[in-house]
Design a protein around this ligand. Structure first.
Ligand code: CP3
Length: 346
């Protein structure tokens, strides 16, 4: 026999292996639907303190692993820690979401800290990764992550989540040089941040482009595909075997060829694309992850089981990591996650 395949199921799927039962994890698996998460978050006092206290961040990362034996664990942190590390003010309004100081012009970009300065703020995150690398069960893969430059830029420009990313599109049109400089700074910081997560023990990294769907035509190539290609290229130049998952959420037809064009090992599918279509047009290039609609974990019932099985069946001919199309919501019933796992694992 030649060299044995990597043993962990997630790494095998990411290497292109078709497994009889797909490995599984969930976006936002450490989150408010779990009573143990709510208790640890209360102990921390607020969300950002939770993110920056390594022992507590590691604890909430491990909670869903203990409860469900997922095949992967995702570092507990947030994509908005990078803007904060670059000098933006960041706070979370309970029940509403994140707020940041805004950037609207070249002076705002020039006032950001240099990329090398990010580690000052982000070093507790690396400590969380080191704790997890020690404490996770041997068969569980540790995933690190960052936001993609476009998605992070939308929050830095608007100072909050926006339904249509209007302020970011407006700055891109009115101040193209400043906008490009901001994208450049975030891209460099993201490479630096993910390199440090890998050095601390992350085995896989995922790039979340939650707002990629609002980029069309050349803008998609320039601001979603190209930054992802650069980040993947830089990471793999340093760590040739490092698997990378990309999530250009709501990219629609742009999902086709995205892995090939960026050099990523896996594309995460949201729940707007049909699984049979994605098997034919996206999975042909390698591993896919997704795409159960999160609302099924609120409702449960026969639709949860039939949809889960339909997705497993659709992707059974190639490498697949079962996941949701977006994060599990606070209203989800933790028992429904057991029902989903039963439908996948039997
Ligand atoms: O379990 C995991 O998935 C890992 C941790 C993780 C969080 N956020 C924790 C979190 C990850 C990977 C993220 C990514 C993230 N953060 C994204 C990209 C993925 C996506 O959801 O589209 C985005 C856009 C953010 C920014 C962000 N963080 C928003 C918009 C919000 C508020 C909305 C919400 O769901 O509350 C957050 C807060 C946040 N990040 C929570 C968690 C568990 C809830 C905070 C709380 O406890 O109140």
């Amino acid at each position: 026999m030649t060299q044995a395949a990597p043993r962990k199921t997630i790494l095998r799927a990411l290497a292109g292996e078709t497994l009889p039962v797909p490995p599984v994890w969930m976006m936002r698996q450490a989150g408010r639907y779990l009573p143990e998460y709510r208790a640890t978050r209360a102990q921390a006092g607020d969300f950002l303190t939770l993110c920056y206290t390594p022992e507590l961040a590691a604890e909430v990362t491990l909670q869903p692993i203990r409860r469900y034996r997922f095949d992967a664990s995702i570092l507990f942190a947030d994509i908005l820690l990078v803007p904060q590390a670059l000098g933006a003010d960041l706070w979370f309004v309970t029940g509403e979401g994140p707020r940041l100081s805004t950037i609207t012009d070249g002076a705002g970009v020039a006032a950001l800290k240099p990329v090398e300065a990010i580690h000052e703020t982000l070093s507790p995150v690396y400590e969380t990764v080191r704790i997890l690398a020690r404490e996770l069960p041997g068969e569980v893969t540790l995933i690190g992550f960052a936001g993609a430059p476009w998605t992070v830029a939308t929050y830095m420009i608007a100072g909050r989540g926006t339904p249509d990313q209007g302020p970011a599109h407006a700055m891109k049109a009115a101040e193209p040089a400043a906008f490009d400089a901001l994208m450049e700074r975030i891209t460099e910081a993201t490479i630096e941040y993910l390199m440090a997560q890998v050095a601390a023990g992350a085995e896989v990294v995922k790039i979340f482009d939650s707002w990629a769907g609002s980029l069309q035509g050349d803008d998609f190539t320039r601001y979603a595909l190209e930054p992802a290609r650069r980040i993947v290229g830089a990471l793999k130049a340093r760590h040739p075997g490092l698997p990378v998952i990309v999530f250009p959420r709501q990219a629609g037809d742009h999902y086709v060829g995205f892995a090939r064009a960026t050099g990523a090992d896996c594309v995460a599918l949201d729940n707007s694309v049909d699984a049979d279509w994605a098997a034919r047009h996206v999975q042909v290039d390698g591993c896919v992850q997704g795409n159960l609609a999160p609302h099924h974990l609120v409702e449960g019932g026969p639709a949860l089981v039939s949809e889960t099985k339909r997705i497993v069946r659709a992707f059974s001919g190639g490498p697949h990591i079962f996941n949701l199309g977006h994060g599990i919501t606070p209203e989800a019933d933790p028992e429904n996650v057991h029902r989903m796992l039963e439908a996948i694992r039997g």
